[in-house]
Design a binder for this molecule. Structure first.
Ligand SMILES: CC(C)(COP(=O)(O)OP(=O)(O)OC[C@H]1O[C@@H](n2cnc3c(N)ncnc32)[C@H](O)[C@@H]1OP(=O)(O)O)[C@@H](O)C(=O)NCCC(=O)NCCS
Length: 160
């Protein structure tokens, strides 16, 4: 199923909210207020994967170079295991890298085996366990990826 990647538009909001509710358990999924806040952050970016007018998935990132942060990655069940998550992530990483980000962090539930497998497949490694991060009872892995271009990002600094 081919998807088109494009920036978020305000008319997408209801579809993104509905998809997030399906992707995550109650209490972990974003409230409308939180989702609106994340979509409006000046340092945030949202990329949407569209398929025939439907939202197949979306990614929200935020940046504070040299650090980037993945807030959420949601792919509709019907579109999973067909590379949509990977395409969204690749676009997000490119955007972050182009704005000076060299390392990207994220949090994911220790109970989210598909999510952990996805992040590991894409080079994210656990750097900490955040106790009771979700709902006051479920631990999270804090994961990090150092972007491949990081070692050449600041050649002047390397020479000193
Ligand atoms: C995790 C998620 C984003 C993956 O999206 P996706 O579009 O299915 O991912 P891709 O098709 O790009 O998968 C790439 C690779 O990730 C790994 N992967 C993805 N889903 C997996 C699963 N259910 N079990 C094991 N490995 C998985 C595989 O290595 C896969 O490659 P393969 O299909 O060739 O084996 C999707 O399952 C999802 O939206 N889940 C609910 C929300 C969530 O947990 N988000 C991540 C935490 S923020």
């Amino acid at each position: 199923m081919p998807v088109q990647l494009r920036p978020y538009e305000p008319g997408d909001f209801a579809k993104l909210y509905a998809l997030d509710q399906l992707c995550f358990a109650p209490g972990i999924a974003y409230s409308q207020k939180m989702l609106r806040y994340f979509l409006s952050m000046p340092q945030g970016r949202c990329t949407v994967a569209e398929n025939n007018g439907d939202v197949a998935g979306f990614l929200i990132t935020e940046e504070d170079p040299p650090r980037g942060h993945i807030l959420t990655l949601d792919v509709a069940e019907a579109h999973r295991r067909s590379g949509v998550g990977g395409q969204l992530l690749a676009r997000g990483e490119q955007q972050l890298e182009s704005r000076g980000v060299t390392e990207i962090f994220l949090e994911t539930s220790v109970e989210n085996a598909p999510g952990v497998a996805f992040w590991q497949r894409h080079g994210y490694r656990t750097v900490a366990i955040l106790k009771r991060y979700y709902l006051g009872r479920v631990d999270a892995y804090e994961m990090r990826k150092i972007l491949p271009g990081a070692s050449t990002a600041n050649p002047a600094q390397k020479e000193t």
